[in-house]
Ligand binder design. Structure first.
Ligand code: CMC
Length: 392
């Protein structure tokens, strides 16, 4: 690499933050949505500590908070619930498209393509006004669970499902993905799924949200921004980690094998999925919450196998690497207990994070400035052009 070229560019950006690999520590924009607080509160959505929301609110309230800016009163919440039920309809085009997908397709690819397709038929697709963006966000929130269930129907070999209308968002999702509803165990699962949706809803400028904001900053449509976000979430270093954690637990198989398995994996310099975080170096407050629920749900279900494997892995990784679990780690325990098909774990993340993504797209487009950073050029310095017939 030409030092001269590098130095001249560094000089060019003098007085501004210079290059930071992976954009670590870079402030890339302003937001009123979420504060990642490494202190007591851990994480706040529009000023409300995540612990209070997880304990006292439903996911519908959290979704409303993110999209509309305040916690709903009873009437607003009831109206919102009705909207979510009424708008849980897929256009014919999507039903036709989701049927003939290749059998090996990953549901994340189906949802990414499905959202893109919805952008072609949404009546307000090209309207980027605040109100139209909110309406499109609510439609996506209602449509995505149904899309996932429709996409995975052939995979599960289950007949089409149409849930009863009196279910909460989490109860509906649990029913769509597992067929469970009604009994005490299903109620406990739905409550834990609701907490999980609340915890996954928003996390400031994570990779997929940043992708959504970059896309939105060109003033393209909301569906395009969400399509970018889904493609970004899919990777195992981001949302794909919850599926990878479950694969790891299944590979380990029993509590007795867990310690040797992790020590060997670390000796081989493998990354242990569900550990570490770019921002939360002292631990993830969301992980403590979901761990408590994973423990209690394991007791309720009378199946402590996954939780016990998880706690051994957690202990060894902390001892050897000083790394704490992130939200994806104990989330895999609860999804295993619920019997959600593994390839749907990251799509479940979408069902929740769609609220954060859309709130960010709205915020970006309400106060837009095109995102267009610079690159630090590390290629060859200026070269003499050689015509084709003189090249050796
Ligand atoms: N297992 C083993 N070692 C790790 C892990 C891990 N999960 N995470 C970080 N390290 C080590 C890494 O090897 C490196 O060590 P060394 O300095 O000796 O080379 C050091 O910690 C710093 O790692 P890094 O990759 O530079 O840190 P980062 O901030 O770029 O990475 C991360 C953050 C989330 C990509 C990473 O911790 C990771 O790959 N974790 C596993 C995947 C995962 O759980 N992703 C979910 C993230 S949180 C929820 C979400 O966003 O979806």
């Amino acid at each position: 690499m030409s030092i001269a070229v590098k130095e001249s560019l560094v000089t060019e950006v003098k007085g501004r933050p210079a290059y930071s690999p992976g954009l670590e520590g870079v402030i890339a924009g302003e937001s009123t949505l979420c504060l990642v607080d490494e202190g007591e509160a851990g994480l706040l959505y529009r000023g409300y500590p995540i612990r209070d929301l997880a304990e006292h609110s439903t996911f519908e309230e959290v979704a409303y908070l993110l999209l509309f800016g305040h916690l709903p009163n009873r009437q607003e919440l009831a109206d919102f619930a009705v909207q979510l039920i009424n708008q849980a309809v897929l256009p014919q085009l999507l039903e036709v498209f989701l049927g003939p997908m290749p059998s090996g397709s990953h549901p994340m690819d189906m949802v990414r393509t499905g959202v893109s397709l919805l952008g072609m038929v949404d009546p307000e697709a090209a309207d980027n006004s605040h109100d139209a963006n909110v309406r499109k966000s609510v439609r996506l929130l209602a449509q995505i669970p149904l899309m996932i269930a429709t996409a995975c129907r052939p995979m599960n070999r289950k007949s089409p499902v149409r849930p009863p209308e009196n279910l909460s968002f989490a109860e509906n999702l649990l029913y769509l993905l597992t067929g469970r509803k009604g009994n005490d165990e299903a109620k406990a699962m739905a409550r834990v799924l609701d907490v999980s949706l609340t915890l996954y809803a928003e996390h400031e400028f994570n990779a997929s949200t940043f992708a959504a904001r970059v896309t939105a900053s060109t003033m393209t449509d909301l569906h395009s921004a969400v399509t970018s976000a889904i493609g970004t979430l899919k990777g195992p270093l981001h949302g794909g980690a919850n599926e990878a954690v479950a694969e790891m637990f299944l590979g380990i198989g029993s509590r007795e094998r867990a310690e040797a398995w992790v020590r060997e994996a670390l000796r081989q310099k493998q990354r242990i999925m569900g550990f570490g975080h770019r921002v939360l170096k002292r631990g993830d407050a969301r992980s403590d919450i979901i761990q408590r629920h994973a423990e209690s749900l394991s007791r309720i279900c009378g199946d402590r196998r996954w939780y016990e494997i998880a706690t051994v892995v957690d202990h060894v990784v902390e001892e050897e690497k000083g790394l704490r679990p992130n939200l994806d780690f104990y989330s895999a325990v609860i999804y295993l207990l619920m019997g959600i098909p593994r390839r749907l774990y990251t799509p479940v993340f979408i069902c929740s994070r769609i609220t954060g993504w859309c709130a960010h797209v709205i915020e970006q487009q309400d106060h837009n400035r095109l995102m267009r950073p610079r690159a630090l050029y590390t290629g060859p310095s200026r070269r003499e052009y050689v015509p084709l017939d003189r090249r050796t």
